[in-house]
Ligand binder design. Structure first.
Ligand code: KIV
Ligand code: ZN
Length: 524
């Protein structure tokens, strides 16, 4: 039985988080995030959905064997093939969990699974029993629980527990519930379920209620919350790990429960995940946003200087935020660079280190000081484009004006070959991206384009994240430069390189989502 005063953190950054559009992490990146999650001391780490591709299986297996501390979990539908594959991938783990799921709402069963109530119940019973033969830690999730008819949902949970499930998860898969409804549902499930079984929440953020709903679940007896770093996940994302952690920390007396996370690692984890996924954190995001501890108005500044607690309910030092330090300048060497990376929680292999350092030197020559946020952005650009960049940007020249059509000329290097192309566009960024596309020889459609500055001030680095569709797949790319046209060109090229480096069968985006998988395989 789990400790009634402790809420366990089940992190799904590498599974549900990775299902966010445009994210496709390599195995090494997943292992790096998993190691950081272990430092953060999450209780359960969902490493992936082992059946979904060979690459995903390898990543789950690598994490299971090398990452120590958390229980390592793999997702599986309630079908034998999935469960056997999950068990195989988890073999090397000190402690493993198989997380089986099936949809239980009428709409999912009828229109997606085309299964009857009886078939779903049988699938749950057989699937959980099979999983329990591999490990004594089995979680069952009733997908779309909040839109499932209550009596049927309770019957599903009953069957799962009888078959050996030790955790029962109540997903608000489509982010539909309100906190009052969700809290009440968790209360009913808690009351009806044996004490030895942990009740879990898994809330999506479609209406911005993922954290509020998870909290309502905790208030009504849930002792596991499924969360993702920076709240990433399908569509609008999942319950944010850092927000949930700091609610339980800051309001622990009111709530009467605690958790076992190492809060000092929160900021590092958030930055690492943002850097590797290319998903930037909005400045005003609670807890980890760049402005979360910034005080702008004179009255607030005055108050905070006199006593921090006048306007701050959390201590930034407690989550590992030591202020926006200026860390490096153009005279800094490789050691100082490596040290600074370590401080912001990033460890990269020699090849990436070499490239990131060269890029840092190039930027430091143009910008006097590089902050820790600049650093994370530089590394993310270098690491994000893949192990070996197929195409490297050698130079970019762009021009235009009030009466001149914007044009750009790029020079790319592919091994020993140099390719030069020019293009005109609606603006300088459009021209630069057009020239890159021509030089790379690919057809790409721009899906999203996001530009921000890494820090404040007119000397800030421009940070551009693009999402492209190439050969039917969505890929993201990130580019950082002192000039926004160059940052855009770099981001565009990074996405093209990423599309080339993430081979089709290994791409998490090329695989089915759990929902698609469930739809495509209906026999439990
Ligand atoms: O949102 C959801 O229902 C899921 C399940 C697989 C737990 O991600
Ligand atoms: Zn989900």
């Amino acid at each position: 039985m789990s400790d009634p005063d402790v809420v366990r953190f089940f992190d799904t950054t590498l599974r549900d988080g990775e299902q966010a559009p445009g994210i496709a992490l390599t195995k090494d990146e997943k292992v790096e995030i998993a190691e950081q999650l272990a430092r953060l001391q999450v209780d359960i780490l969902e490493a992936g959905f082992a059946i979904s591709s060979d690459g995903e299986f390898d990543a789950v297996r690598e994490i299971a064997t090398s990452v120590k501390g958390p229980v390592i979990a793999s997702l599986a539908r309630v079908v034998p093939g999935d469960i056997e594959r999950a068990a195989e991938a988890l073999k090397g783990a000190d402690r493993s969990r198989i997380h089986v799921f099936i949809s239980t709402s009428q709409i999912h069963m009828e229109d997606m699974l085309r299964m009857s109530h009886r078939q779903v119940l049988d699938g749950i019973g057989e699937g959980v029993k099979l999983a329990a033969g591999y490990t004594d830690d089995v979680e069952f999730s009733a997908q779309d629980a909040t839109r499932t008819e209550l009596d049927f949902l309770l019957e599903c949970f009953d069957v799962a527990v009888k078959a050996g499930a030790t955790t029962i998860n109540v997903p608000d898969t489509v982010g539909y519930a309100t906190p009052a409804e969700f809290g009440e549902l968790v209360r009913i499930v808690r009351d009806r379920t044996s004490e030895h079984v942990t009740i879990s929440t898994h809330c999506h953020n479609d209406l911005g209620l993922a954290v509020a709903n998870s909290l309502a679940g905790v208030e009504h007896g849930a002792r596991q919350v499924e969360v993702a770093v920076n709240g990433i996940g399908e569509r609008a994302g999942n319950c944010s790990l850092e927000e949930m952690a700091m609610i339980l920390r800051t309001r622990r007396e009111a709530l009467g429960v605690g958790h076992g996370l190492n809060l000092k690692e929160i900021v590092r984890t958030s930055r690492l995940v943002s850097a590797l996924t290319g998903y930037s954190v909005q400045p005003n995001k609670a807890v980890v946003g760049a402005s979360a501890f910034a005080h702008e108005s004179g009255i607030h500044q005055h108050g905070v200087l006199a006593n921090r607690a006048t306007y701050e309910i959390m201590d930034p030092v407690e989550i590992g935020l030591e202020g926006n330090q200026i860390v490096l300048g153009k005279h800094s060497g490789r050691h100082a660079f490596a040290d600074a990376l370590d401080k912001v929680g990033i460890s990269i292999d020699d090849d990436h280190m070499h490239r990131a350092f060269a890029r840092f030197k190039e930027l430091a020559d143009r910008k006097i000081q590089i902050t820790d946020q600049d650093l994370a952005a530089i590394v993310s650009e270098e690491v994000g484009s893949g192990k070996e960049d197929l195409l490297v940007l050698e130079s970019l020249a762009s021009g235009g004006g009030t009466h001149l059509a914007p044009t750009a000329t790029v020079r790319l290097r592919r091994g020993d070959e140099v390719i030069e192309e020019s293009a005109m566009g609606d603006g300088m960024i459009d021209a630069a991206c057009g020239a890159i596309q021509r030089a790379a020889g690919v057809e790409a459609t721009l899906i999203t384009f996001n530009v921000s500055s890494v820090t404040g001030g007119s000397d800030a680095l421009g940070d551009v994240v693009v999402q492209l569709e190439i050969d039917g797949r969505r890929v993201t790319g990130r580019g950082v430069a002192t000039d926004v046209v160059e940052a855009s060109a770099r981001a565009y090229l990074a996405a093209i390189n990423r599309a080339a480096s993430v081979a089709e069968p290994d791409s998490a985006r090329a695989i089915e989502t759990p929902a698609e998988a469930a739809r495509n395989e209906v026999t439990p």
